[in-house]
Design a protein around this ligand. Structure first.
Ligand SMILES: Cc1cc2nc3c(=O)[nH]c(=O)nc-3n(C[C@H](O)[C@H](O)[C@H](O)COP(=O)(O)OP(=O)(O)OC[C@H]3O[C@@H](n4cnc5c(N)ncnc54)[C@H](O)[C@@H]3O)c2cc1C
Length: 487
């Protein structure tokens, strides 16, 4: 419905059709529904499909995830969006009886000690019995009980995850546990990864309790401990997926957006601002153009940086400082009988010091229901990231062969897989380097000069799907409010 006082249609361009762009577009349409102002929201995507890194395919009765396979429920934004999209009944949790995983230790799979949370244990007996750390490693970890806290405020100087773990718990804990557990989430180098931007709770624990071990022990005893409220490590009760795979979320969003408003194969190559008409001028690779009152770039930060070089060089420079890594997933489908080693739990992680090219392997058919046919097994292997960038140079056949060599050693699998699928994600995973939060503050301050320009994507306030949705919906809400204020 058009407002008589302001009959002009307010045009918004959302660029990038990953979960961030889809969530921003959907939110704008939700807002527009109850509004007197006429909105025209258009989504532009470079690829010939929407979804970005979220990509599910079916191969017979195997359901394969090329990108994310789940999201955490304790950050509420993904669940809330699923509910609004009518997907609540399609949400599925991980299989309860198998909620644990292993770590490769000296060429063998060892269960991660019960209650171990990313870098520190909350259950000491199972930790002390585990062979993953040597006795000297365990003693060094126990020194955390007496090491004084570093004198810094939580909002103070940032520190790398590696420096923090070594300082408090020792190098063995970093190499054998924290690096693969944290690397598994961020595909990053813990020597460069910001603790403040990723796991600030550990800094808080040090400031409040001095010792992480004491803090973990106390939090276990408390009913509403941080273990029950924080994301991280494999806490499988928190992970949700959808019965038809993650792309069900993408499909539901796509169906909410009028098809004439989704423009595929539209790579934005130039963005300009006309200071007289106050319009944003978008130019696409195919020669088409579009004028908008407001723009939301839901892109990797370096893409936004390149597009904004002429408009705000300083903002662009800061965006280009956010680095990205490339990863690949290899899905291999087997018959259960072809896997001699007993598969127990949801998979395994591989520490860098094991010198293997794999980052992790999920036993997808055990993690979620309906991922493989009866008597089938689906293994999903992660490769690449900050510590193994060269692996992406391999072609698909080479990647599969490489993975199979290691699966033979670790799981005794010698048979050919029944099916395989390699998916690559070049420069798709943002790296939150030490100082990331200050950088994002500067970027957001730079943006304040451009109230009709918003930046969503995984480069800013979290790489997980819930965080991407949260940032994108926040951008949409601000665009909506600014239009109301200016009309
Ligand atoms: C292998 C892998 C596994 C992951 N697993 C999980 C998980 O289990 N749980 C979880 O919560 N998170 C996971 N993540 C992280 C999460 O999936 C991503 O951070 C999130 O999907 C990013 O969404 P996005 O929309 O911001 O970016 P993207 O998905 O990268 O989408 C950006 C879109 O912009 C388009 N684009 C780029 N340039 C242009 C241009 N110039 N013009 C127009 N369009 C353009 C791209 O084609 C793309 O479609 C995983 C990531 C990867 C890579």
């Amino acid at each position: 419905m058009q407002n008589l006082k302001n009959p002009r249609v307010y045009r918004v361009a959302v660029v990038g059709g990953g979960i961030s762009g889809l969530a921003a577009t959907n939110r704008l349409l939700e807002r527009a529904k109850g509004s007197q102002q006429a909105f025209d929201v258009q989504l532009f995507e470079a690829d010939s499909r929407v979804g970005g890194t979220i990509h599910t395919v079916k191969d017979g009765d195997f359901l394969l995830e090329g990108g994310p396979d789940s999201f955490i429920s304790e950050k509420p934004w993904a669940v809330a969006l699923c509910k609004r999209l009518g997907l609540e009944s399609r949400l599925i949790g991980t299989q309860e009886s198998l909620r644990h995983s292993s770590i490769v230790h000296q060429g063998k799979l060892q269960p991660i000690p019960k209650g171990f949370y990313l870098m520190a244990p909350s259950e000491f007996m199972s930790f002390f019995r585990s062979p993953i750390l040597s006795w000297s490693g365990k003693l060094r970890m126990a020194a955390d009980l007496v090491i004084p806290k570093k004198n810094q405020t939580i909002k103070g100087i940032d520190e790398s995850v590696a420096s923090f773990v070594c300082r408090r718990l020792g190098k063995q804990t970093l190499d054998r546990l924290a690096q693969p557990l944290i690397g598994g989430i961020y595909t990053s180098d813990p020597k460069k990864l910001s603790l403040q931007a990723t796991f600030p709770k550990f800094l808080e624990m040090e400031q409040q309790h001095r010792s992480l071990l004491i803090a973990m022990w106390k939090s276990r005893k408390k009913e509403s401990s941080f273990l029950d409220t924080r994301p991280a490590g494999p806490r499988y009760g928190l992970f949700l997926s959808l019965d038809g795979g993650m792309e069900l979320l993408v499909d539901a969003l796509r169906k909410r957006i009028p098809s004439k408003s989704i423009h595929l194969d539209r790579q934005l190559v130039s963005l300009e601002r006309n200071n007289i008409s106050k319009q944003w001028m978008l130019q696409f690779q195919n020669g088409e153009s579009f004028e908008a009152d407001a723009v939301c770039l839901a892109l990797p930060a370096y893409q936004s940086g390149n597009l904004l070089k002429n408009i705000n060089p300083n903002l662009a420079k800061n965006l280009l400082k956010i680095e990205y890594t490339s990863t690949a997933t290899v899905n291999l489908g087997y018959s259960v009988k072809d896997i001699p080693a007993p598969l127990n739990g949801f998979g395994f992680l591989v520490p860098e010091i094991e010198n293997r090219p794999l980052l992790a392997c999920s036993f997808s058919h055990l993690k979620f229901d309906s991922r493989a046919p009866k008597s089938g097994a689906l293994l999903r292997i992660f490769l690449g990231g900050a510590l193994q960038p060269a692996i992406l140079d391999y072609d698909d056949r080479e990647l599969i062969n490489l993975v199979r060599i290691h699966l033979r050693e670790l799981l005794e699998i010698s048979r050919e897989p029944r099916m395989s699928w390699v998916e690559r994600h070049p420069n798709a995973m943002a790296q939150y380097r030490v100082g990331h939060l200050d950088l994002v503050k500067e970027i957001d301050a730079g943006l304040s000069k451009w109230p009709h320009l918003k930046l969503a994507g995984n480069g800013f306030q979290g790489v997980g799907i819930p965080d991407c949705i949260h940032r994108a919906e926040g951008c949409a809400d601000e665009i909506f409010k600014q239009n109301l204020n200016s009309s």
